[in-house]
Design a protein around this ligand. Structure first.
Ligand SMILES: Cc1ncc(C[n+]2csc(CCOP(=O)(O)OP(=O)(O)O)c2C)c(N)n1
Ligand SMILES: CC(=O)[C@@H](O)[C@H](O)COP(=O)(O)O
Ligand SMILES: [Mg+2]
Length: 633
C-alpha cells in the first residue's frame, strides 16, 4: 500500500509507556503505521528511509522490553534512529527531520532525554556503550545498556577496539548486530562474508524455530537446572551446526561475548522474548538479527543503495527529481575514471561510499583498480600509502568530515614519508541536511599545519577538473582537494583539462580600495559583493586563490599592499581557516592592511538548508559588504 498525506499530528503513541500499554497483538499494526508515516513523510523531507524501515520491529521490541531513559540505547551512526524518535515522543515532529530548527537526522543528546548518545559517524556505538556499562557497574546501578550496530559498522576499527575490551570491563552489555547485508552499497570484506555465512547456513531455516523454542526453554527456567547443557544448547540451538564439527563458536564467543542468533529481525514476538531473556544474562551478549533494509516499501527494497539516504521522492514511483547539472561528485567520478583509463597507475579508494563520492562509475568501468575498504577511513589512508610506495597514484576519496578519522595517518604515514596520495574530500564545506556531524568545516584547520601537504579548492566545475588533472600528475607528495556537496555554478569543464601551477592563484579583477579573496564556491558571493561595493564608488579587486596551501603570497601581497581592506571568504570555520592563513602571511610579509573574514563561526553549525544557514551565519553578500564598509570606516 502506498501511503499518501499521512497525518503526523495525531500519533497513535506519544511515549514509550503508551507502547508498553498496547496489547501484543496491536504491535504489528503500530509497526505498519510507523512504516507508512516514514514513507509518506520522508518523500517530502528526504532522509534515511531504507535503514529506518529495516529497524521498525527491532526498535519497537527494544522499547517494549527496556525503559529509556533509565536504560540506555546507543545506535551506531544513528541514521536509523527515526523510529526511536517516533516512539519517544517525537512522532508529531518527524516531518521536521533534518529541516532547519527541526529534528536532527541522528540521535542528539540535546534533543531528548531518550537520546543518551549522539552519532552520525559510524563505529562509535560499542565503545560508548561499553563506557556506559562500565560506568553503570562502577556506580552500582542496574540499568541496561543496549547498542545497535549495523553489519557495516562492524567493518569499522573502533568497533573491534571496543569488542576487544568488552569482556574485561563488564558482565552486562547487549550488542545487537543489525544485519541487512548492506552498508550504503553492499557491505564488503571478510566480515560481510562471515555474517552472510552464518545467516545463510542451511541450519538457519529450522534454526528460526529452534531459536523460538530455545528462548521459551530458557525463559521457562530451564536454564536454572541444566547450566552445563545450556552451554551446549546455547551454541547448538542458536548456532548453525557445521557438518560433522563440534559446536562451532563464533568470533564473538572468542571475544568473551555470547552470540545469539541469527534470528528474524522482523519477528516482533520473538524479538521481545529474546530481549526478555537477554536482559537477565550475566554476561556480555550479542544478538544477531537479520533485517531487510527498506522493508515495506518496494522501491526501497529494490534499490537499497538509493534509498539508504535520499532527498524528496515520489511516493508512488520512488523516483527522485533529476538535476540538469552534474554534481561535483559525478564530475569527480567521471574525470578520475577517464584519467585512469589512460594512466594505469591511478587507483581509486572509497570508505563504503561509492555512490556519494561518484566512484560508482570507476567501480563499474575499472573494477580491478577500484577499492571499497568498508567504513575504515584510517585503513583506507594506510592502504593508499602502501599503494603509493609501489608507485601507484591513489585517489583516496573520502568526505571531508570522514577524513577526520585519518588525521594521524595523513601526518604520520603520508606527510612524514612524503607519499603522493591524492586526498579527494567531497562535502568540503557545509553539508546541510545532516548537520554538525557531517559539515566538512574543519579540513583546512586539520591539514594547513602539516608540512609539505598541498591543499586546494576550485571555484567551479571547470577549474575542478583542471585541479584533478594537476593532482593526477603531481607525485611530489600528498595533495588534497576540497569540494562541496551537490552542484557548482554550472561551468562546463573544457574537453582537455589543463595543468595548474601549484601555488599560483588567479587575479579575476584588479582594484585599489578593497581586495576580496573568495575561496572555492565563495567566489560567486565575492563577485556579487564586488558589484555592490563598486556601486558605492569603490575600486574592488577580486582574487580566486585556488591554493589554501601554498598560498600565492606574491599575488596576495601585490594587491593587499595597495588596498585599504582585505576580505577573505571561505566555506569553512574561521578558526584556523583559510583567512587565518592570509592574515599570517600578510603579517609575516609586513603588510599592515587590515583583514576581515567571512566564514563559519566557532561553534557547531546546526542542520538545515545551506542557503538558510549561510544567511543565519552571515556567509552572504550583504554581510560581506557590511563588514568591508565597517572596516573602511
Ligand atoms: C566514519 C563514517 N564513514 C562513513 C559513513 C557514511 N555511512 C553512513 S551510514 C553507512 C553505512 C552503515 O551501514 P550499517 O552499519 O550496516 O547500517 P544500515 O544503514 O545498513 O542500517 C555509511 C558508510 C559514516 N556515517 N561514518
Ligand atoms: C548517515 C551517513 O553518514 C550518510 O548516509 C550521509 O548522510 C551521506 O551524506 P550525503 O547525503 O551528503 O551523501
Ligand atoms: Mg547494514
Amino acid at each position: 500500500m502506498t501511503p499518501t498525506n499521512v497525518d503526523t499530528s495525531q500519533p497513535p503513541i506519544s511515549c514509550p509507556a503508551d507502547l508498553k500499554a498496547l496489547p501484543l497483538e496491536k504491535l504489528p499494526e503500530l509497526a505498519e503505521q510507523i512504516r507508512q508515516t516514514l514513507i509518506a513523510t520522508l518523500a517530502e523531507t528526504g532522509g534515511h528511509l531504507g535503514p529506518n524501515l529495516g529497524v521498525v520491529e527491532l526498535t519497537l521490541a527494544m522499547h517494549r522490553v527496556f525503559d529509556t531513559p533509565k536504560d540506555k540505547f546507543v545506535f551506531d551512526v544513528a541514521h536509523q534512529g527515526y523510529v526511536h524518535k517516533m516512539i519517544t515522543g517525537r512522532w508529531d515532529k518527524i516531518h521536521t527531520i533534518r529541516q532547519f530548527h527541526g529534528l536532527n537526522g541522528f540521535l542528539l543528546r540535546s534533543e531528548s532525554e531518550h537520546d543518551c548518545y549522539g552519532a552520525g559517524h559510524a563505529g562509535t556505538s560499542v565503545g560508548a556503550a561499553l563506557g556506559m556499562a562500565t560506568g553503570r557497574d562502577l556506580k552500582g546501578s542496574d540499568d541496561h545498556v543496549i547498542c545497535v550496530a549495523g553489519d557495516a559498522a562492524f567493518t569499522c576499527g573502533p568497533v573491534f577496539e571496543a569488542l576487544n575490551n568488552v569482556a574485561a570491563h563488564t558482565k552486562r552489555l547487549i550488542i545487537v548486530l543489525n544485519d541487512n547485508e548492506w552498508s550504503i552499497d553492499k557491505n564488503v570484506g571478510a566480515i560481510a562474508g562471515y555474517f552472510n555465512a552464518i545467516a545463510t547456513n542451511p541450519g538457519f531455516a529450522n534454526l528460526h524455530e529452534k531459536a523460538a523454542k530455545f528462548v521459551e526453554f530458557m525463559l521457562g527456567g530451564g536454564v536454572r537446572k541444566l547450566a552445563e547443557r545450556v552451554e551446549k544448547t546455547a551454541k547448538g540451538l542458536l548456532l548453525p551446526q557445521s557438518e560433522g564439527a563440534h559446536n562451532r563458536s563464533t568470533m564473538f564467543d572468542e571475544f568473551g561475548i555470547r552470540y545469539y542468533g541469527p534470528i528474524d529481525g522482523h519477528n516482533l514476538p520473538l524479538l521481545i522474548q529474546t530481549f526478555d531473556f537477554l536482559k537477565n544474562q550475566n554476561e556480555p551478549v550479542i544478538l544477531h538479527v537479520l533485517t531487510e533494509k527498506g522493508r515495506g516499501y518496494k522501491p526501497a527494497l529494490e534499490d537499497p543503495l538509493k534509498f539508504h539516504g535520499l532527498g524528496k521522492y515520489n511516493v508512488e514511483t520512488g523516483e527522485v527529481a533529476a538535476s540538469d547539472k552534474p554534481t561535483y561528485s559525478q564530475i569527480y567520478g567521471r574525470s578520475v575514471t577517464d584519467f585512469a583509463k589512460e594512466d594505469k597507475s591511478i587507483v581509486a579508494i572509497t570508505g563504503a561510499m561509492p555512490g556519494g563520492t561518484g566512484l560508482i562509475v570507476f567501480k563499474k568501468e575499472i573494477p580491478e583498480r577500484y577499492f571499497d575498504v568498508g567504513i575504515a577511513e584510517e585503513h583506507a589512508a594506510l592502504f593508499a600509502c602502501g599503494l603509493a610506495v609501489q608507485g601507484l597514484r591513489p585517489f583516496l576519496t573520502i568526505y571531508s568530515t570522514f577524513m577526520q578519522r585519518a588525521i594521524d595517518m595523513i601526518i604520520h604515514d603520508m606527510a612524514i614519508q612524503n607519499l603522493p596520495v591524492r586526498l579527494c574530500m567531497d562535502r568540503g564545506g557545509l553539508s546541510g541536511d545532516d548537520g554538525p556531524t557531517h559539515h566538512g568545516l574543519f579540513d583546512i584547520s586539520y591539514l594547513r599545519g602539516i608540512p609539505g601537504l598541498v591543499h586546494m579548492q576550485p571555484k567551479d566545475e571547470d577549474e575542478f577538473v583542471d585541479m584533478l588533472w594537476t593532482m593526477a600528475n603531481y607525485d611530489k607528495g600528498p595533495i588534497a582537494i576540497r569540494y562541496p556537496r551537490g552542484n557548482g555554478p554550472g561551468v562546463t569543464p573544457k574537453q582537455k583539462p589543463q595543468l595548474l601551477e601549484i601555488g599560483k592563484g588567479e587575479l579575476i579583477a584588479d582594484g585599489s580600495d578593497v581586495a576580496l579573496i573568495g575561496l572555492g564556491e565563495m567566489v560567486p558571493i565575492a563577485q556579487q559583493a564586488k558589484k555592490v561595493l563598486e556601486e558605492k564608488g569603490l575600486s574592488v579587486a577580486l582574487i580566486n586563490p585556488r591554493w589554501i596551501k601554498p598560498l600565492d603570497g606574491a599575488l596576495i601581497d601585490s594587491i593587499a599592499k595597495k588596498v585599504k581592506v582585505v576580505c577573505t571568504l571561505e566555506d569553512h570555520v574561521l578558526m584556523n581557516g583559510f583567512g587565518c592563513g592570509v592574515i599570517e602571511h600578510l603579517n609575516d610579509a609586513g603588510v599592515k592592511t587590515p583583514v576581515v573574514r567571512i566564514g563559519w563561526p566557532d561553534e557547531f553549525v546546526e542542520h538545515g538548508s545551506v542557503g538558510g544557514l549561510r544567511k543565519k551565519h552571515g556567509l552572504t553578500v550583504e554581510n560581506t559588504v557590511e563588514k568591508v564598509l565597517a572596516k573602511l570606516g
